[in-house]
Design a protein. Structure first.
Length: 144
């Protein structure tokens, strides 16, 4: 693996974590949104990551296989947990039976996802910084 491939791998990780952070923010923004039916209620969304492997090429010197890998977003899925119906007959969003439906967003889980994705993003930034520093040091090896 070359140092240039590190930038591609870390960049794909940063892109994926950025989307994860945006999805988490959307979930948190809709935590208290109410609806009069289950069909209209916001459902928590979560990104699904998958490994990304480019075509493997044989290294002509060692005969080993090397592949540039990374991560990609395979899709965004809705959470299957049940919604939260609450009996609130005085609420203007209440249906005929007096129920209001709230999303299946768990705020503690979303805060955990937010912290995890921001730390993973920062780790990818650190990897890119370290690779850049190594490349700069390699360029100065021939200088005296």
């Amino acid at each position: 693996m070359s140092l240039m491939q590190i930038f591609d791998i870390a960049g794909s990780g940063m892109s994926a974590q950025s989307l994860r952070l945006n999805t988490t923010a959307s979930n948190m923004a809709n935590v208290n949104s109410a609806a009069s039916s289950a069909e209209q209620t916001y459902r928590a969304r979560h990104p699904v990551f998958a490994p990304m492997v480019k075509d493997a090429m044989t290294d002509m010197f060692s005969g080993s296989l090397s592949a540039s890998t990374g991560v990609r977003v395979a899709g965004i899925v809705e959470d299957a947990r049940p919604l939260q119906p609450r009996f609130e007959p005085g609420n203007p969003m209440a249906n005929e039976e007096g129920f209001v439906y709230y999303p299946n967003v768990d705020i503690v889980e979303e805060m955990t996802n937010m912290i995890s994705s921001s730390r993973a993003f920062q780790l990818n930034v650190d990897v890119m910084t370290a690779a850049r520093t190594m490349m700069q040091r390699v360029m100065t090896l021939g200088q005296a």
